[in-house]
Design a protein around this ligand. Structure first.
Ligand code: ATP
Length: 246
């Protein structure tokens, strides 16, 4: 999506080198190497349990790596707090969306505005509703009664209130109908065109690949293959044993 912004002289938006990470004594990441240039969409794919969400957790500071380096915009950020990473422009939309179900759409957005002092609540809501008109139509509805797709829009709108430079999206398509997922990925493509770098995790490749500049397949704690989406078909079939990637 944002391929035109790639410049070899500029540090990539995100780089992981030899990253290992563990939950207690169980090692889950076993040497992850990943480079995402500025303004690009990288789709991290692969079957259940390969370590995709754990990779996001290392990048957003929730899980410190036991070995290796994480660089954001050329800055070494191993061990940085989630708050510091957020100030550096890293923002996540977690699997399961992370909206407040008992608050209205307006209130969910308003809560997000408390962490930013530069823009007014009205401006933030106007931008969210311009990007996702459905949220504007449902601004007084409690989030728990929105459809899954609308909740995902709200989660993205909340993340965007802080103007991230690196957006981490975990399983955007989870539990949603393909037509809804297509709409969400159109929004992702728009964000990349606006210059936001995006790392997205998906178990199912078909929806994510059309918006991706690069993709990687994660298996057993390593990114086994990286390439442009069109080059990965055979590897995806092998990774999923010819099943769910298609
Ligand atoms: P999924 O699509 O199932 O989330 P994934 O590729 O995102 O797959 P991870 O969620 O990163 O995989 O999980 C990798 C491995 O780490 C799995 O074996 C999982 O059971 C284990 N794991 C994940 N979270 C924890 C945790 N908090 N404590 C212990 N083990 C965990």
């Amino acid at each position: 999506m944002g391929r035109s912004t790639v410049d070899d002289d500029v540090a990539p938006a995100l780089e992981l080198r030899g990253v290992r990470a563990a939950y207690g004594r169980i090692e889950v990441l076993r040497g992850v190497d990943l480079v995402v240039p500025h303004g690009c969409v990288f789709a991290l794919l692969g079957p259940n349990g390969g370590g995709k969400t754990t990779t996001l957790n290392v990048i957003n500071g929730r899980l410190p790596p036991t070995q290796g380096c994480v660089h954001i915009g050329g800055v070494h950020v191993n061990g940085a707090s989630t708050a510091r990473l957020a100030r550096a422009g890293v923002c996540s939309v977690p699997e399961g969306r992370g909206v407040f179900p008992n608050l209205t759409v307006d209130e969910n957005l308003l809560l997000a505005t408390y962490s930013t002092d530069e823009r007014s609540a009205d401006e933030i809501r106007a931008r969210a509703f311009a990007r996702f008109p459905r949220l504007g139509e449902r601004r007084n509805q409690v989030a728990g009664t929105l459809s899954g797709g609308e909740q995902q829009m709200l989660a993205m709108a909340r993340a965007l209130t802080v103007d991230p430079s690196l957006l981490l999206l975990d399983e955007l398509s989870m539990g949603l109908a393909p037509v809804i997922v297509e709409g969400l990925y159109e929004a992702v493509a728009d964000l990349a065109r606006e210059g936001i770098t995006i790392l997205l995790v998906e178990q199912f490749a078909r929806m994510a690949l059309p918006v991706a500049d690069y993709a990687g397949i994660m298996v057993h704690g390593r990114i086994a293959v990286v390439g442009e989406p069109g080059d990965l078909a055979g590897d995806l079939d092998a990774a999923y044993l010819g099943g769910s990637a298609a």
